[in-house]
Design a protein around this ligand. Structure first.
Ligand SMILES: Cc1cc2nc3c(=O)[nH]c(=O)nc-3n(C[C@H](O)[C@H](O)[C@H](O)COP(=O)(O)OP(=O)(O)OC[C@H]3O[C@@H](n4cnc5c(N)ncnc54)[C@H](O)[C@@H]3O)c2cc1C
Length: 379
């Protein structure tokens, strides 16, 4: 039983209810409120804190490695690949516009891609791909040389089995927890109500209003409902083309004399690592057990963790055997599908979704938040 005071405030009918308080839910609330300050908005989050990908990722501020974009151009067409890169690139600019770099540990440290002896590419072929990609990216990135062959880094960084390194000068990293917290505080300051530990279980459209049922005694009423539950989206909207993809990560202890700094990708993005101070955060290897990793279970497995340890020892820090321990392991859940483009659409009257952020949702989320705002209320 609720009181009249509660009914007329916390539980009053809303203009928008958002499911999920990851980056997409929060950036959507941010833009909705920025554009339409009078809207009453409530976010309902199942976890005590966001519990999907946003606080469990690697914190790369990236928009795509060379081989991944070459692959995307082939599979999605150059135009769509560029559209997606532009969304990510603009997203990174928005993050830097609204949050001081220092507050979220944002650093333009550079992004690198490693090519190993298994690659059939010669230096010349790689150079041609770089020139091609730089030329098609130029109109959206406004930089002459996004990618450069950086083989001098190969000797300096001391990676195992690495024949070429390509540098992206415009990438960097940030602290995902600090960004999420800052964004959460910002939307609350703007007047968005955020409830945690409450799961949306179903919803019904009754005339022009939606009734949102939850796992608590309390139901909510709203004019519009926005699903931002990414990998879990099918629980609420079963027809969506969303497939969960677990990403596992490990973090080492501090390593004295770590010879490199930055964000690194290899194997079309299936392996990725960065420094966190003098620690190494390494993730990936999902391609070693695709079927098992198609899950929403937030757990780690021995198979993937052993593979990450092997990669760490043989490729990432081959000259530091015995000088570190693995201090933390965790996983998070991404959302993939038959296409790489996020799904930003009206599912049915009054019901919208912004989901399927693939592996670069930190960068995508601000742009997606802006897009869904336009879709829901026009420009
Ligand atoms: C290991 C890993 C590494 C990654 N590394 C990077 C990286 O370096 N750079 C990058 O750009 N991207 C990275 N990503 C991807 C990025 O983190 C995601 O694309 C992004 O965080 C997705 O944000 P989201 O808000 O859509 O989803 P989420 O953060 O998953 O948020 C969805 C929220 O919905 C909530 N929810 C689910 N169901 C319900 C319900 N029924 N009711 C209420 N709430 C519900 C969940 O609890 C969750 O908090 C990585 C992902 C992983 C897993």
């Amino acid at each position: 039983m609720i009181s009249i005071w509660e009914k007329e405030t916390f539980f009053a009918p809303q203009d928008v209810i958002i499911a999920g308080s990851g980056f997409v839910g929060l950036w959507s609330a941010f833009y909705l409120k920025r554009k339409h300050p009078k809207l009453k908005i409530t976010i309902l989050e199942r976890g005590m804190i966001p519990t999907g990908a946003s606080t469990r990722n690697a914190g790369f501020a990236c928009f795509g490695s060379l081989s991944e974009l070459m692959f995307d151009a082939k599979t999605m067409g150059t135009e769509n690949m560029l559209k997606l890169v532009e969304m990510r690139f603009k997203g990174l600019q928005k993050i830097q516009k609204f949050f001081k770099k220092k507050k979220i540990d944002y650093e333009n440290c550079g992004g690198y891609e490693l090519f190993d002896s298994g690659t059939s590419l010669t230096n010349d072929e790689l150079q041609n791909s770089i020139e091609y990609m730089n030329s098609v990216l130029r109109p959206i990135i406004h930089s002459k040389n996004t990618y450069n062959l950086s083989n001098e880094a190969k000797d300096e960084f001391g990676f195992g089995n690495t024949t070429h390194i390509v540098k992206n000068n415009l990438e960097g990293y940030l602290h995902s927890g600090k960004l999420l917290q800052a964004l959460l505080q910002e939307v609350q300051y703007m007047g968005v109500q955020v409830f945690t530990n409450i799961e949306i279980t179903s919803f019904n459209l009754i005339e022009d209003e939606l009734e949102i049922q939850t796992n608590k005694e309390m139901d909510f009423n709203t004019k519009k409902f926005l699903v931002c539950t990414n990998a879990f989206a099918k629980e609420l909207v079963p027809e969506l083309d969303v497939v969960p993809a677990r990403g596992q990560v490990l973090l080492t202890s501090e390593i004295a004399g770590l010879p490199w700094k930055g964000t690194f990708h290899s194997d079309e993005g299936y392996y990725y690592f960065r420094n966190l101070g003098s620690r190494v955060l390494l993730g990936g290897a999902r391609n070693k057990a695709f079927a098992d990793e198609r899950t929403t279970a937030i757990e780690t497995t021995e198979l993937i963790q052993k593979e990450l340890e092997r990669y760490l020892e043989q490729i990432v820090i081959p000259n530091h055997a015995g000088s570190y321990t693995i201090d933390q392991r965790w996983s998070g859940i991404m959302a993939m599908g038959s296409e790489k483009m996020p799904i930003v659409k009206e599912v049915s009257p009054h019901i919208f979704c912004a989901v399927r952020m693939s592996g670069m949702g930190v960068a995508l989320a601000p742009t997606v938040g802006q897009q869904i705002t336009s879709l829901m209320y026009g420009d």
